[in-house]
Design a protein around this ligand. Structure first.
Ligand code: DI6
Ligand code: FE
Length: 405
């Protein structure tokens, strides 16, 4: 006799084990927030009880979606820069003139924790409404201890207040704060010796990231940050090869990084290194689209090498003011030529791996956390197909239902 907390029937499952892993007319049971059983309804064990029976109404159930690269915690916006760029000013140019990331730094520093929370929740709600149940949130708009801590506290608070699992990433090496103009190495010393240890001591950091770029930090500077992360036992990831090839992916692979992200300018050695280290390629088509980039990440070569490809929103005010993971999936297909199946793997299984959560999340299997999304669709490929619609009817977070209808 099996006793379950809840049982879902009258639905189809996309388990995301081995492709879509479709189980038509399936059933899935939850016990203590985890998947206790799943399979075809016809194969349900003879003896079971379930406290709650859910009618899936013929919908499709997938793993809860995972946005594995976001900057949703920030204040202000940069629609003025959007307008400037449309008048011909380049992103690097805006950044050099103290705009770009630094204008968001000013707004974020000026915001109270409560104001920052309020601004972030607006973006959060859009993601949750699309069946997102796990979000990675980066700091990087504070650039000093007090304000990086404020951002990361807001990220943690979101995880306590809403039905979503939050992974925090310390991105202190996102840009050089104005106080350190011309003294990047001194800033990194401060970051390594004071900021990171204090943030770790407060339990605010799950991983460490940097912006390895001509307008960010060099590969050597990034390596100092990675060494510090490893001294604290933290995994690393990197904004790599977004605007130029800095060897960031090779470096990330050397530090067994969880992911290297963006990758438009990724070259063959980077692909080989990522393949060898099992580092996930996180593709961010929203930034590619918004910057009107024309150099495509080497998708075919990544696929050929078997490097897992994740997709994420990169939700940020400067280069990807996007709060739709479904749109990121569609863009992954239209702009990057991913298949709809790869797109869905990219926001489930491979996104989980990009956060080191592949044993708990990202596919439907007994023992995994019961985070689901429920969709009014005819087939899983519909999720990457639509533009602007939202077929999500409910999400389930650790076994608890959030209905959107
Ligand atoms: N790469 C990006 O696309 C964002 N950060 C980064 O390192 C841009 C962030 C911003 O412009 O605010
Ligand atoms: Fe980013």
């Amino acid at each position: 006799m099996q006793h379950w907390d809840s049982l879902w029937t009258n639905l189809h499952l996309a388990t995301m084990q081995d492709g879509y892993g479709e189980i038509r007319d399936g059933a899935i049971a939850v016990k203590d927030g985890k998947i206790a059983w799943l399979g075809a309804r016809a194969a349900l064990p003879a003896n079971y009880t379930a406290d709650t029976l859910h009618d899936g109404k013929g919908y499709w159930l997938t793993p809860g979606l995972i946005d594995c690269h976001s900057h949703i915690v920030y204040a202000g916006n940069r629609s003025d820069e959007f307008e400037a760029r449309l008048n011909g000013v380049a992103y690097e140019e805006i950044a050099r003139k103290g705009g770009g990331i630094l204008s968001t730094v000013r707004a974020t520093r000026a915001a109270s924790e409560a104001e920052l929370m309020q601004a972030s929740v607006t973006r959060l709600r859009h993601l949750l409404r699309e069946g997102v149940t796990t979000i990675e949130i980066k700091s990087g708009y504070g650039l000093d201890l007090e304000n990086e801590a404020k951002m990361l506290r807001v990220a943690r608070q979101i995880g306590r207040d809403y039905p979503v699992r939050i992974k925090t990433t310390f991105l202190g090496a996102h840009a050089l704060p104005p106080e350190y103009t011309g003294r990047a190495d001194d800033y990194l010393t401060e970051l390594i010796e004071h900021m990171l240890p204090a943030l770790v001591a407060e339990g605010l950091v799950d991983a460490v990231d940097a912006f390895c770029e001509k307008i960010g930090f060099s590969a050597d500077q990034t390596e100092r940050v990675f060494q510090a992360a490893h001294r604290h036992g933290l995994p690393v990831k990197l904004h790599a090869e977004q605007l130029s090839d800095q060897g960031g992916a090779v470096l990330t692979a050397r530090y067994e990084g969880l992911s290297a992200d963006h990758l438009e300018y990724l070259s063959a050695p980077g692909i080989a290194a990522m393949q060898a280290s099992g580092t996930v390629a996180v593709l961010l088509p929203g930034a590619y689209y918004f910057l009107r980039e024309t150099k495509l990440p080497p998708i075919a070569a990544l696929r050929e090498a078997g490097v897992p490809m994740a997709l994420a929103t990169d939700s940020n005010p400067g280069t990807s003011p996007m709060t739709s993971l479904l749109l990121a999936m569609n863009m992954g297909c239209t702009l990057f030529r991913l298949t709809p199946q790869e797109a869905l793997q990219g926001v489930t299984q491979h996104a989980a791996k990009a956060l080191g959560l592949q044993d708990q999340l990202g596919s439907l299997a007994a023992g995994k956390i019961a985070d689901f999304a429920l969709w009014a669709i005819d087939r899983p490929g519909d999720l990457a197909y639509g533009i602007g619609g939202n077929p999500c009817v409910a999400s389930v977070f650790a076994g608890c239902l959030n209905s959107f209808t």
